[in-house]
Design a protein around this ligand. Sequence first.
Ligand code: ATP
Length: 304
Amino acid sequence: MLCHLGNNSLTVHAPAKVNLFLKVLGRRADGFHELETLMVPIGLYDTLHLEPASFEHIEFSVWGHGAARGGKSVVDQQSEIPEGRTNLVVRAAETLREATGTSAGARIVLHKRIPAAAGLAGGSSDAAAALLGLNQIWRLGLSQAQLHDLAARLGSDVPFFLSSRAAICRGRGEIVEPIRWATRLYFVIVRPHTGLSTAEVFKHCRPTGSKWSADDLAMTLAKGDLGLAGRQLHNCLLEPAATLNQDVEQLRRTFARLPVLGHMMSGSGTSYFGICTQRKHARTVAARLHATRIGSVFTVESRP
Ligand code: ATP
């Protein structure tokens, strides 16, 4: 979501996502996992402010959740937001410079609200936002297909965020098939106090089955049958994540006792979500979760 501020500077809102369905089909020869996942962008955003600069480097600062400045401190290393060249925003900028040969500089400020190491793909969304924003302010004129190639180099979830629409993603995540349905989804999401490294969870994952597929779930959503959709939620990373992190196991048990349409872990965790019937229902469920002090609780909607 690009928003011009004048003077050629831009603000880009980078949404988080949740996985309503995630199946690992196997491990490929290149070391990546073959996936089938249905992802939905949600109304929880990081914000990037970008402006072109006369100098030839990237000046980057990060504030907010998990950052050293202006945010809630975090308890584990993987939940920390890197400040320098390892931040995915800076990597996206450097990738664009290498691919196009531009020596343009930029000032970039990232405001984090999406917790890291949470299965909400905040870092991937920030990277996509940086690609889209810099392509504009540096007037590079890269096509969607060219941006897609660069996005896939940066990470498996990054191509999804170039359009930020609900989609079934295949391959290692880079084959993005947008899908549509009319019903808005209301989520309660809990990010426990600790995070999980995506690589660690995948290392322990074994392909497990579900009698449903991502296409089945997409069809159910298109029919507006949220009761059935709740039962079709699936994530084969849940078992390894719950073994590695007790907070995930506790969330699974807690959500099982709550009046939600369905519940599941997102991505490689540790965030866990429930689907509610409407906003008021989501707030009631959120209040009960707040009382358990198990982590940060968000009520959000799927992005229209
Ligand atoms: P996924 O659902 O794709 O597994 P995630 O929510 O588990 O993603 P991210 O928030 O995308 O994880 O971050 C993963 C790691 O990437 C973090 O542990 C962090 O050290 C690093 N990272 C680099 N840049 C960023 C960024 N801009 N925001 C968040 N994390 C970043």
